[in-house]
Design a protein around this ligand. Structure first.
Ligand code: PHE
Length: 447
């Protein structure tokens, strides 16, 4: 606990690992290789890296600074800083985004748990692509299994969040994040020894800008937001537990660096594996659950590699889901003055209630359609094309114009931190980020 009884990170490295834990998740290991494969390879990677520098890092600095200044969950922070008017309530938008994200992210994450167990029991070993496809539908479409997996996953998330900022989130991240990195490195090295893998490496690295469309640029921007956990108050909330001495720009560089390295490593593992086995990189979202087990099946010790891979995904997803649930939990603690235990239980139960129909939409509730697609597809579209950009826009407009970029820059430099790029950063927060986010929002919604 820090001054005033509010939680604080216990160490600088603990804070960095927890925030890295939020950033590294399904977005890096499942979503990034998939979008790279669908968007033409190397050129997309370069646009993604440019978006990291231009959009991701400045926006992360903004969220961390806003959180540290506000010293509260999303709702309290906006109310403390805006003295009057509708901006006082804008934090509620972030709360909503955090809640929706927690419930739908939990669904996909719970599948990684199913697959870890299934892999360990040998239930995926020896199956070909067709059988794996049938297996996927029957596993995620099984209502009892879906129910249990979601309960187990959110239960783990709740346990960590309930343990508090230092004792739960920080401690779990210090164990889980290095584990994730070691597992990924092992898989990467294994893949590099597959015959034909280097073709995939070259495809991943060789930029062919003729395949870059405006839609792909948009995809890269969205990917940065998703991967950096921006636009839903998770980074803001983690910033609210920061000490005044923490160097925010330096932390942002470390966090984004780690996130990018893991995304690249995941891309360099998954895509060469596809090439080595002559699979079309365009396989789409089934990539992780269908294509990869097929690849592992052609290796010696298939069951082991498979189990390690899904455990890696589950751990990475766990620390990300923790940061989503913490947005809701911190709101209940800071605004409603609830004890952490009660706040965590309520947030977990609510995420479970919202996640249940989403996970059942892959089985019994499949007939329930929104705009012609099932519930999971609809929420996925709604969250990444509408909610995250709106949340991001609200945050950067607030920092740039309501709180004020110069005051925000003062907050960043508190504790005798030098911030040589403050003028460029202020300009980016006031003009560049809002313009880009409005563009993302308008194009994302109008198609
Ligand atoms: N960054 C996480 C990932 O890459 C997802 C996430 C988004 C987490 C928003 C928290 C907030 O999987």
């Amino acid at each position: 606990m820090g001054a005033g009884g509010r939680d604080q990170w216990q160490s600088s490295i603990g804070f960095i690992l927890a925030t890295v834990g939020s950033a590294i998740g399904l977005g890096n290991i499942w979503r990034f290789p998939t979008v790279v494969a669908q968007s033409g390879g190397g050129a997309f990677v370069i646009v993604f890296l440019a978006a990291v520098l231009l959009v991701g890092i400045p926006a992360m600095i903004a969220e961390l600074a806003l959180g540290r200044q506000g010293r509260g969950g999303v709702v309290v922070t906006f109310q403390r800083i805006a003295s009057k008017g509708p901006w006082r309530q804008a934090g509620k938008i972030l709360l909503l985004v955090g809640f929706v994200m927690a419930s739908y992210y939990g669904v996909i994450a719970s599948w990684t748990l199913i697959y870890t167990v299934q892999g360990a029991l040998g239930g995926l070993t020896g199956l070909d692509a067709v059988q794996l496809n049938i297996m996927f539908d029957s596993l995620v479409g099984n209502p009892v299994l879906a129910f249990l997996a979601l309960a187990a996953f959110l239960g783990l998330v709740g346990l960590i969040v309930g343990g508090g900022v230092g004792g739960g989130i920080e401690r779990a991240s210090i164990i889980l994040m290095p584990t994730v990195m070691i597992l990924l490195l092992a898989l990467f090295i294994r893949t590099m020894f597959l015959p034909g893998a280097w073709e995939g490496v070259l495809w991943f690295l060789r930029p062919d800008f003729s395949v870059m469309t405006p839609a792909n640029v948009l995809g890269a921007l969205g990917q940065v937001f998703f991967s950096f956990s921006l636009g839903m108050g998770a980074i803001l909330t983690y910033g609210s537990y920061l000490s005044e001495r923490e160097n925010i720009p330096r932390a942002a560089l470390w966090i984004s660096g780690a996130d990018v390295v893991v995304a690249l490593l995941a891309g360099l593992t998954v895509i060469p594996a596809l090439f080595a086995f002559n699979l079309d990189p365009q396989v789409g979202a089934g990539l992780v659950f269908v294509a990869l087990p097929g690849i592992f099946n052609t290796m010696p010790l298939a069951g082991l590699w498979m189990t390690l891979f899904f455990a890696l995904l589950a751990f990475a997803a766990l620390t990300s889901a923790v940061s989503m649930l913490e947005v809701v939990t911190a709101y209940l603690i800071d605004k409603r003055r609830w004890p952490r235990r009660r706040a965590t239980l309520t947030a977990t139960a609510a995420a479970f209630a919202a996640g249940l129909p989403i996970t059942l939409s892959q089985g019994n509730l499949n007939a329930l359609r929104i705009g012609g697609v099932d519930l999971l597809t609809a929420v996925d579209f709604f969250a990444s094309n509408l909610l995250l950009p709106v949340g991001g826009l609200v945050t950067v407009l607030f920092v740039g114009w309501v709180w004020g970029a110069h005051r925000a820059a003062d907050e960043v430099t508190r504790g005798a931190v030098t911030f040589p790029s403050a003028p460029a950063w202020s300009f980016t927060v006031r003009y560049v980020l809002p313009a880009i986010l409005i563009y993302v929002l308008v194009t994302g919604l109008t198609g």
